[in-house]
Structures are given as structure tokens and as C-alpha cells.
Design a protein. Structure first.
Length: 124
């Protein structure tokens, strides 16, 4: 497989491949498959998210924290490790090494801030 550079088109391909794996994963799959009705729309949203994060495109206008808080009864810290492991595999396989490393570092930081919001809130 050719190694992709960081561009919108490549990010869309990456997101599509990643969520195909997520949906097939025994632990993560059911959560996503229950939550998401319109997969093409979700994949567009996630491609826009990564485009905003990596390319500062401003294409994503959403609120990831409340989106995940809705599902906090089903999401565990161990599932975050699984998510990140799948992300690392997919980015290593599809992206050029520098791009893969940058995508992995970003995901790790975002995962940490989602975890803080979900599991370590002091106000409840
Ligand atoms: C949305 C699950 C980790 C980024 C969602 C949704 C689910 C989900 C179920 C759909 C929410 C809804 O509309 O009802 C999970 C699980 C994770 C995880 C189980 C790990 C255990 C992450 C990480 C990132 C991320 C690490 C970013 C690096 C997003 C974004 C959305 C989303 C951007 C769209 C939010 C919106 O509607 O604007 N996630 N997620 N997720 N997730 Fe995750």
C-alpha cells in the first residue's frame, strides 16, 4: 500500500479504514454500531474533525466531550487503549511515517482530555 501524506483525501481514506476496523472490533464495535445510524455522515464528520486537527482547516464544528459523555456508561479506560491501539496500527499501515507519528501523538492527547472529562470530573 502506498504511504499517504497528510491531506484531506488521505484523512478521509484513513478515517474510513479505521472505523471499518472499529465496527468489526468485538469490544468497540457494538458501542459505535448502536450509537451511529448514518455512517456516511459520521465518516464525513470524522474526516472534517481530523482535517481541523491536523491541517487547521476549521471544517469541524462540533463538541466531542458531550458526544462522548452521552455514552460514558459504556466507555471504559481499557476501551480507550483498544481505540488507540487500532489507531496506531491503521496509521502505521496507511500513512507516511511522519504523518503516522503526528496522528498518533494528537490522538493520544485528545484521548487523554476526553478521559479527563469523562472519568475525572470533580463536579458530580
Ligand atoms: C463521536 C465513541 C474515542 C473523536 C463518537 C461517538 C461514539 C464514540 C459512540 C458518537 C457519539 C454520538 O453521536 O452519539 C468513542 C469511543 C472511544 C472514542 C468508545 C474510545 C474508547 C475517541 C477519540 C477521538 C474521538 C480518542 C479523537 C481523537 C470523536 C469525534 C466524534 C466522536 C470527533 C464526533 C463528535 C460530534 O458529534 O461532533 N465517539 N470514541 N473519539 N468521537 Fe469518539
Amino acid at each position: 500500500m502506498t504511504e499517504l501524506e497528510l491531506k484531506d483525501e488521505a484523512l478521509k481514506q484513513l478515517v474510513d479504514a479505521f472505523y471499518a476496523r472499529v465496527r468489526a472490533d468485538a469490544d468497540l464495535g457494538p458501542i459505535f454500531n448502536d450509537a451511529i445510524d448514518d455512517w456516511p455522515e459520521h465518516l464525513e464528520k470524522l474526516a472534517a474533525f481530523w482535517s481541523s486537527v491536523m491541517l487547521a482547516s476549521g471544517r469541524y464544528k462540533g463538541q466531542p466531550v458531550p458526544a462522548h459523555l452521552k455514552h460514558s456508561s459504556r466507555i471504559t479506560l481499557a476501551l480507550f487503549d483498544r481505540w488507540l491501539a487500532l489507531w496506531d496500527c491503521t496509521t502505521n499501515e496507511m500513512m507516511a511515517p511522519d504523518a503516522a507519528a503526528a496522528l498518533q501523538a494528537k490522538a493520544k492527547r485528545i484521548a487523554e482530555s476526553l478521559q479527563l472529562a469523562m472519568f475525572f470530573r470533580l463536579d458530580r
